[in-house]
Design a binder for this molecule. Structure first.
Ligand SMILES: CC(C)(COP(=O)(O)OP(=O)(O)OC[C@H]1O[C@@H](n2cnc3c(N)ncnc32)[C@H](O)[C@@H]1OP(=O)(O)O)[C@@H](O)C(=O)NCCC(=O)NCCS
Length: 185
């Protein structure tokens, strides 16, 4: 299968290349970026995460793609689509996710990449509904879900202490095809 690549106004979402991992981890494996993701990873954690991202492409044809800035080719982080695989969660549902390096926050890159990912979910990967998961403390992430027009789905929340031991609840948002097309079509 040809490598996936998708261009937005300022970004390229694409399949991972071997040379992406070093800059990706250098810029994103920081206390601020990993604050709600279990903290800074060791070598084993990074290798396991890479393996998971590559396995989503092999299994489903989409993943949390590398996000490259079109202007200068810098790797800003990832954004894209996987199938929810978190124990207790809405397993198998299309899930949108994001992680950008700190110096790329506050510029609308995450929203731009997320809009492209949701468009692709409905237009190319045949989703009927897309979920997004986070924890209450991660205001940056659920704030983005709300700016995207996703709706809070308390009925899909589930317990998982992996990311926030003090508030061990994964909160879920979703948007379906009709609502996405009405707001972004
Ligand atoms: C979650 C995350 C991706 C959000 O990134 P972000 O940069 O805050 O999100 P956006 O792209 O929506 O940018 C938002 C801000 O950029 C501002 N902005 C600046 N220039 C802009 C432009 N040209 N276009 C659009 N927005 C712009 C917007 O006003 C907005 O600010 P506001 O929220 O005060 O209105 C980021 O915080 C992150 O990577 N966190 C760490 C990893 C993580 O926790 N991931 C989620 C796990 S569940």
């Amino acid at each position: 299968m040809a490598d996936f690549t998708h261009r937005t106004e300022r970004l390229v979402l694409r399949d991972w290349r071997d040379e992406d991992w070093e800059p990706f981890w250098r810029h994103t494996n920081t206390p601020a970026v990993m604050r709600w993701l279990g903290g800074v990873l060791g070598e084993q954690g990074m290798v396991a995460a890479q393996e998971r991202l590559l396995s989503y492409t092999r299994d489903h044809g989409h993943t949390f793609w590398a996000v490259e800035r079109a202007d200068d080719g810098e790797i800003l982080g990832f954004c894209g689509l996987k199938r929810c695989n978190q124990k207790g969660g809405p397993i198998g549902m299309m899930e949108v996710g994001w992680r950008l390096r700190e110096d790329a926050w506050g510029k609308g890159y995450a929203k731009e990449a997320a809009i492209a990912s949701l468009d692709l979910a409905f237009s190319r990967f045949d989703a009927d509904e897309v979920v997004a998961l986070t924890v209450n403390g991660n205001t940056g992430s659920w704030g983005l879900m709300e700016r995207l027009g996703m709706r809070r789905r308390k009925d899909l929340d589930f317990e998982d202490a992996t990311w926030d031991t003090e508030d061990p609840v994964m909160i879920v948002y979703s948007i379906d095809r009709a609502d996405w097309e009405a707001s972004h079509g």
